[in-house]
Write a protein that binds this ligand. Structure first.
Ligand code: N01
Length: 539
């Protein structure tokens, strides 16, 4: 048992994770005068921004939006150096928040929650950690993040490799120096695309192993513009409110002049609009027209536009062609980059396309594909995450009558509002599957969920309810609702194996996990409360 381990300690609330969700949840519990304990596997706060410290890690939501709104003083005081924040600045912010709101003393670091079980007799949760803690709590809250359980592929022979091995999602805290090294990176999602140009600056050679090309959009990142920042800060409340009305809780500013569906414009006008959105940088491009992610014809025109940009950037025509994606644009999370395609114009950066030349195995010195062995000093796995459910199901969670959440979710997660599941009373998932979560600015969704849960706990206290639990009907209807909304989009295209669908993890059931459409979801949550927590049993 660790020095800090607790036995038989009882708390009002146990929170798993000290990322942005866990920190704000703890703050709300402090404000309400409740006892709370946070268990965090890392040695510091920040969650995904603690673990993903790979070279080039950067947020794809603008800094003025990717920050808490709950404290006017905090949002006025904090200065972001860049339009899109780099990982070190976001981690610094998380640490500032932890100190400013006196959160550290209730966070136990280097501690992973291993088991949690609901006791029907006294309506409480028993929580156990890998450090020997055994504590109880009335409420058990998973603030584990949507992208925190890394996905490490099983490739034959990988354990025999004698060089250095890294996963972007579990990057070491000590500086990694690739100077003079021959480096391989496996994967071409956001993490690989962000790290490629930065690793390429150091490494002797960098080889990118691509299985499915991604669509990447230029970030047009730049140092923060003081005039713009002053403007936002002068009207921060209105700025946040405007974003709350957006489908993804972000982008009110650049979408204020939203265009009509693509086909209402001439081909020349379509190109002009896309060019102007492309130049603005970031996700603006996918919002050039409201139907890009809804209509196959519009989608193909937008995809062609990006493919032409790739061909116009990458000098070697064969490499450019290999980098051009074929899938529906936007069915996987769009990537925002700073100089990814340009990297392939450097002589020491190479692309191996795995579609014609698959990996056969990893050997002591390198990676073997069908065309032979290439040797490396280091291999970087940028192979993503067991998203949305991975970290929740890593904990062995048992609800009423010893029912296992792993069993209940074997055919995909089943929740009501992404907040709670039948047979798991008083357990909440912050930005859980079935809520907009990863399809939004996460900060917006985190604050909305934490506020909802905090208000719910206060309500239960006031009315002297001991437990809250989704009803079977409400949960079944909600799961159907999430599926039917997703089916109206191109997210569920059968040729697209995204992590939204769990299709990137071998053996995981293919189900679309987040819910598109933040404002309608938020209204639904408010309506549920207004109707006395409709769809929940309060006992
Ligand atoms: O992971 P991914 P990620 N052999 O799953 C490949 C967020 N994020 O860490 O597509 C060979 O997107 C896999 O290939 P394929 C963001 O939401 C945000 O990059 O399955 N390749 C794919 O290319 C993002 O979407 C930020 O064919 C293998 C890659 O690995 C999410 O995190 C920054 C393989 C994994 O891509 C995940 O991004 C970074 C194998 N066996 C991340 N297994 C920002 O805020 C997997 N791959 C900007």
């Amino acid at each position: 048992m660790s020095d800090s381990a607790k036995e038989n300690q009882n708390y009002d609330v146990v929170i798993v994770g000290a990322g942005f969700a866990g920190l704000y949840m703890l703050h709300r519990m402090h404000q309400a005068g409740r006892t709370a304990r946070v268990f965090e596997a890392g040695s510091g706060v920040g969650g995904t921004w603690y673990w993903n410290r790979y070279p080039g890690a950067r947020c794809d939501i603008q800094s003025m939006e990717y920050s808490y709104s709950f404290s006017e003083e905090l949002q006025q005081d904090w200065e972001w150096p860049e339009k899109y924040s780099a990982q070190p600045d976001i981690e610094k912010y998380a640490n500032h928040v932890a100190d400013r709101f006196n959160l550290r003393s209730d966070i136990q670091f280097d501690t992973r929650v291993s088991e949690a079980s609901f006791d029907d007799d006294d309506s409480s949760w028993k929580i156990q950690t890998d450090q020997g803690d055994v504590v109880t709590a009335q409420f058990f809250i998973m603030a584990t993040g949507c992208l925190s359980s890394t996905n490490m592929p099983e490739i034959e022979g990988m354990d025999n490799y004698t060089g250095d091995t890294y996963h972007t999602g579990q990057w070491p805290k000590d500086d990694v120096d690739f100077t003079g090294k021959n480096v391989a990176i496996i994967g071409t999602g956001s993490s690989a695309i962000q790290s490629t140009p930065v690793i390429a600056q150091q490494a002797e050679s960098l080889t990118v192993y691509q299985r499915t090309p991604s669509y990447s959009l230029p970030s047009a990142n730049h140092p923060s513009d003081p005039e713009y920042v002053a403007d936002v800060k002068a009207n921060y409340k209105e700025f946040r409110e405007a974003n709350q009305k957006m489908p993804a809780g972000t982008g009110a500013e650049w979408l204020k002049d939203m265009n009509e569906p693509m086909m209402t414009y001439s081909p020349e006008e379509q190109q002009e609009i896309m060019e102007s959105m492309w130049t603005k940088g970031g996700f603006t491009f996918v919002r050039s027209f409201p139907d890009i992610t809804l209509d196959y014809a519009a989608n193909e025109i937008a995809a062609d536009f990006v493919r032409d940009k790739i061909r116009g950037t990458v000098e070697d025509a064969d490499t450019a062609e290999l980098l051009c994606p074929e899938i529906v644009i936007g069915c996987k999370r769009m990537v925002i980059d700073s100089g990814y395609y340009e990297s392939f114009n450097e002589k020491h950066v190479h692309l191996i396309d795995l579609r014609d030349n698959p990996i056969e195995g990893i050997e002591e010195t390198g990676i073997r594909t069908s065309d032979g062995l290439r040797e490396y000093d280091a291999i970087v796995y940028a192979t993503g995450f067991d998203a949305m459910t991975g970290s929740i199901l890593k904990v062995d969670i048992k609800g009423r009558e010893n029912k296992s959440l792993r069993d209940e979710w074997v055919a995909g997660p089943r929740t009501y509002l992404g907040l709670n599941s039948v047979d798991f009373p008083n357990m909440f998932t912050i930005t859980g599957p079935g809520s907009p979560s990863v399809l939004t600015n996460m900060m917006v969704s985190i604050e909305q969920h934490v506020d909802w849960i905090s208000d719910c706990i206060a309500y239960m206290d006031e009315k002297e309810f001991a437990t809250i639990e989704a009803t079977q009907d409400a949960q079944d209807e909600w799961v159907d609702h999430v599926n039917s909304v997703a089916d109206k989009t191109l997210f569920t295209d059968p040729n697209c194996n995204s992590w939204y669908l769990g299709a990137n993890v071998e053996g995981k059931t293919r189900v679309f996990m987040p819910l598109p459409g933040y404002p309608a979801y938020k209204e639904k949550c408010e309506e549920v409360v207004a109707n006395g927590y409709e769809g929940f049993n309060l006992a």
